[in-house]
Design a protein around this ligand. Structure first.
Ligand code: CO
Length: 289
């Protein structure tokens, strides 16, 4: 199988969100920096409580999914449905905003390191107004798979283990429950100098986010803390340099619809955005249709 080439690099830029949480945004840093079906990828990483302590107080979403993946630190999720979730190291929170959700994510620590990611995955028009849903996935439910040269945590989609017939599915988008964007979400750790070749579904748009170390795709060096957009056919082929590398691997089936975003609302048209704002102001964002 041919290797996917590195077609574009989207560097992360420093920004802040919520009540002033400092983070680095690659995907979503502008309307041109998206990769259908992915809208936004934020990395938060700080040892300084001033950077995260204010958290993400109550705020709305409509029209897409948010996926939070924690590496270090603790936050607490609460939403209008009454869900609570402990964002602990290695855990994943997969939230489908659908028609509307109002939630908060607040730090449960006053010091120490906070590190993780939030990814926004778009929904097709026919699913944008579906009921909100929330899944709190503890670290113990995320398979950790040893591969030659490293290991993979399989959060979403199915990993075919290189050199074997073994297939390992994550807790989300496994064989029993295919999401319409069919997302792949892996956390890959490579040892120094290791190379891997991992199949991804043909036609899926794919990217990697290198969050630690150094890696190359073909002859091209992937800058640290950047999203590397790949071709849409073939295997992901990566080589870690001397320090090793840690990366998120994201792939999904493109939706191919217009994207109109206004802050936390992502719809297909301006009229739908205006409706979302009006619904939020009048307290109807989260009401059943
Ligand atoms: Co949110």
């Amino acid at each position: 199988m041919a290797a996917r080439d590195l077609q574009r690099v989207i560097p992360s830029v420093a920004t802040s969100d919520g009540a002033g949480v400092k983070l680095r945004r690659s995907l979503g840093s502008s309307q041109f920096a998206r990769l259908d079906p992915f809208l936004m990828l934020d990395e938060f990483y700080s040892d300084n409580p001033d950077d995260y302590i204010a958290g993400f107080p109550d705020h709305p979403h409509r029209g897409f999914e948010t996926v939070t993946y924690m590496l270090e630190g603790n936050m607490l999720h609460r939403d209008h449905l009454g869900n609570t979730g402990n964002l602990a190291p290695g855990s994943v929170q997969w939230m489908t905003a659908g028609r509307g959700v109002i939630h908060s994510e607040m730090p449960q620590q006053k010091e120490g390191r906070m590190r993780g990611f939030q990814l926004w995955i778009n929904l097709p028009a026919r699913e944008k107004m579906k009921p909100a849903a929330y899944r709190d996935i503890p670290a113990s439910q995320v398979p950790q798979v040893a591969i030659d040269g490293g290991e993979v945590r399989v959060i979403g989609g199915t990993l075919t283990v290189p050199g074997s017939d073994q297939a390992v599915s994550g807790p989300v988008n496994g064989p029993d429950e295919r999401l319409s964007t069919d997302p792949v979400y892996w956390d890959l750790r490579l040892k120094p100098g290791a190379s891997v070749s991992l199949p991804l579904p043909d036609g899926h748009q794919a990217m990697v986010y290198l969050y630690e170390g150094q890696a190359r795709i073909g002859e091209k060096v992937l800058p640290t803390r950047s999203a590397g957009v790949l071709g849409d056919q073939g295997d992901l082929v990566l080589t870690a340099d001397r320090e090793g590398a840690r990366l998120l691997v994201l792939a999904g089936k493109p939706i191919g619809e217009p994207v109109v975003q206004y802050g936390p609302f992502v719809m297909n048209s301006r009229e739908e955005i205006e409706q979302a704002i009006a619904d939020y102001r009048s307290g109807r964002l989260t009401e059943a249709a």
